[in-house]
Write a protein that binds this ligand. Structure first.
Ligand SMILES: [Zn+2]
Length: 545
């Protein structure tokens, strides 16, 4: 696979950006080897050089000095690497497990010209541990990213929080003075998700009370911060906790699905209502000084808000949240639980919405004279003439929420927009029975979750790897194309697949130099074999190591 000069220089830029991320992320890390190694690995991609195969054949651990400058490399060989276009290229990939960054990729098609191992030349062998993982011809993909997960393994992200969760003392965080969500629970979900290949997820709340938002948002933020520290210390490995997905409460009451009616309202005063309901920066505004109360919800806690764009004030809120002032962070706005028409959908896109939440579910069905939001998928030129792209759309491919024919139709209308979500609730992984979803009761039977005593679907209980397998079966797409819908596309939704200006975190959802080493090895049947988060093993189902 030949790379152009522009691509080569892009890789060098990415590597330089990645080194900044690394330096920003680890205060105790001033290893010059690491930066030069990354830069050199980028140049490896741009020249005719390649590594000698002899340096990769060993799986032994090299001797090391146990000091802070130590570099821990993990090399994945005999892999088929997922590319941005969905192709699978045979080759190998090297990660610096101490920083969690991909530092080198080489394709077998480059092998015919022998060369020196530039990586080794830049590392003092006394400071390097090298570990080789033989992928045995299986697929190496970026880890899965689930942007809509209400909970799993008995834990519900909408279940309030403990009073003691707001400080950083771990004993307090783990104590339970009521039955609410605790930081320990969030970590438990994060750890368990790695079994299904998930390496990043947006904890998702159903429409909740004001009090619950005020409890849960700071709790998830604390979990994120603690997790980042744990990853640096290598003390606990679990799927990355991304910003929250707040699903509701700004919904059309008639399309609320399993959401509780008492919480549903319109954002009549636009961004002001949104801030008031979620409790965003209340203390900062009231006290009008620079002392932000970190125990209150903040805009930085939120990645995605799902709302119904036709409601009073919803377009104003959408515009304010997606095109904020320089001091505020933007939020992804998704249309969902909505009775919006096609025209109202166009309006939402023109005001900044970029995603449709669980397409087909809780929205108007496609009709040939009233296409509704589903019609936006085939409106490429119409939206282009307005200066916009078609929205991404999430799909719950559990085989229950959407018929396979509709899955296939949506995907074929707009393949690059398709994002798989589990929309899983707390009973995922628990089996049949009665379980909690927010303040409601849900009955689970097989793969079906319904509000107790009704036929209303209440989220799913399938895992992401199951969704990927079913999606491939329903659409007859390639393995790589199915994987993109759980990796690159959700990363694109979050603007995380490329290095962003002023970003403090490396890209996710791609196998590229400078990206986070969140990886999953899968078979051709899309069964998860092993998972790495931040360059460290998080799940090894078939003892690949
Ligand atoms: Zn929903």
């Amino acid at each position: 696979m030949k790379r152009s000069a522009e691509e080569a220089s892009l890789l060098v830029d990415r590597a330089a950006a990645a080194s900044e991320v690394i330096n920003n992320a680890s205060s105790d890390d001033a290893n010059p080897h690491r930066v030069s190694m990354i830069a050199s690995s980028a140049s490896l991609m741009s020249t005719s050089h390649h590594m000698s195969s002899s340096s990769l054949s060993s799986s032994t651990t090299k001797s090391t000095n146990n000091n802070s400058n130590q570099t821990f490399l993990t090399r994945f060989i005999n892999a088929r690497l997922l590319q941005r276009d969905g192709s699978l290229e045979r080759g190998e990939l090297t990660v610096d497990s101490s920083t969690g960054i991909i530092i080198q990729i080489r394709f077998d098609s480059q092998q015919h010209q022998p060369l020196q191992d530039n990586t080794d030349n830049n590392i003092d062998h006394n400071q390097q541990i090298s570990h080789t993982v033989d992928c045995r011809g299986m697929i190496l993909s970026p880890g899965f990213i689930d942007i809509q997960l209400n909970g799993a393994y008995g834990i519900d992200f909408s279940n309030g929080g403990c009073e003691d969760n707001h400080d950083d003392d771990s004993a307090a965080n783990n104590s339970r003075n009521n039955s609410g969500l605790c930081i320990h629970d969030i970590f438990q979900v994060a750890t368990s998700l790695c079994q299904s290949g998930v390496t990043s997820f947006c904890p998702t709340m159903v429409s909740s009370s004001r009090d619950t938002y005020r409890r849960v948002l700071p709790l998830i933020r604390n979990a994120r911060r603690q997790q980042q520290q744990q990853q640096r210390d290598n003390t606990k490995i679990g799927a990355n906790i991304l910003g929250m997905h707040l699903e509701g409460p700004f919904f059309d009451p008639s399309k609320r699905g399993a959401h509780s009616l008492i919480h549903i309202l319109a954002p009549s005063k636009g961004i002001d209502t949104v801030k008031e309901v979620y409790g965003l920066n209340q203390v900062q505004e009231e006290e009008n000084d620079n002392d932000v109360d970190y125990s209150s919800p903040m805009l930085e806690d939120i990645d995605i808000i799902t709302l119904a764009p036709e409601l009073d004030g919803a377009l104003d809120a959408t515009k304010s949240l997606t095109q904020p002032s320089a001091s505020e962070r933007n939020v992804i706005i998704s249309c969902g639980h909505t009775g919006a028409t096609y025209e109202e959908g166009l309006q939402a896109i023109s005001h900044g919405a970029t995603l449709l939440t669980h397409l087909f579910n809780a929205m108007n069905p496609f009709h040939h004279r009233k296409p509704g939001l589903v019609g936006l998928l085939s409106s490429k030129s119409k939206l282009a003439s307005m200066g916009h792209q078609r929205p991404y759309f999430s799909l719950i491919v559990d085989g229950i929420h959407v018929h396979e024919s509709a899955v296939s139709m949506a995907y074929n209308s707009h393949p690059n927009g398709c994002v798989l979500v589990t929309d899983a609730m707390s009973a995922m992984g628990l089996g049949d029975g009665v379980h909690a979803l927010g303040d409601m009761s849900v009955n689970i039977k097989g793969d079906r979750a319904t509000l107790t005593g009704t036929d209303t679907l209440a989220g799913s209980v399938v895992s992401m790897d199951t969704c990927v397998r079913r999606f491939r079966k329903f659409t007859n797409c390639t393995i790589g194309e199915a994987l993109l819908c759980a990796t690159l596309h959700p990363a694109n939704v979050l603007n995380r697949s490329v290095m962003q200006e002023r970003a403090t975190e490396a890209p996710i959802g791609v196998l590229e130099i400078g990206a986070r080493a969140d990886l999953v090895v899968v078979t051709d049947e899309l069964d998860v074999v092993a998972t790495w988060v931040n360059g460290k093993i998080a799940y090894d189902g078939r003892k690949l190591l």
